[in-house]
Ligand binder design. Sequence first.
Ligand code: C5P
Length: 229
Amino acid sequence: MNRPKIWIALDVPARGDAESLMNKFSSHRQFKVGLELFTAIGPGPVIEWIRQGWEIFLDLKLHDIPHTVSRAINRIEEMGVSLTTVHATGGMAMIEALSREQLAIVGVTLLTSLSTDDIHQMGITGTSQDFVINAAQRCKHAGLDGVVASLDETPRIRELWPESRIVVPGIRWGAAVPGDDQERIATPQQAVLAGATDLVIGRSLIGRPDVVQAYQELMAMVESVSEER
Ligand code: C5P
């Protein structure tokens, strides 16, 4: 398996902040644009970045009626985005027939901020792991390209869906993230060894005082285990 893609989350409020981060990691080409930044800057700058050679994961976690989601996916595809997300809990009609040639679409199984207790509060029985595996099976049958999942479920998903993209967020190393809201976390090495194809890296990297040093640490950790899997 190849080295996984590392998506650096541009979880910042303005275009200038995003571009200053992109310039700090000048050799890195993969960045994730999420709700905060996209709400602030809209598609224009994102399209410009893509034209300049950056690869963008637009993480909007779509969840609406099938017609609306399918049309939003058309707009995302037109932007030239490489990877995007829809909620697997949107139902089969929403997630099937979304497949696009130039755009990979992965299903959010269960947010990594949610635990088994949270899903019980929603009236769902079973563990968070059962919930994620069930969602992954639905994503597979719907013809999506893969899933977003935590470390805990990655090996099982890899088994039941060998060609799946598995995007793992909640990556942590070094100092604790203040007010951390991720319940299910992994080190970069654990995620790579478990079979993740894509890692999403946010506050453990962009929240560090020396982001360039943190980036070097991250790349060394990923390299050290990529050969082993
Ligand atoms: O800062 P941290 O590393 O926790 O950032 C995680 C990023 O990954 C955020 O941009 C968040 O929206 C995203 N994400 C997530 N859990 C998912 C899907 C995406 O945390 N299930």
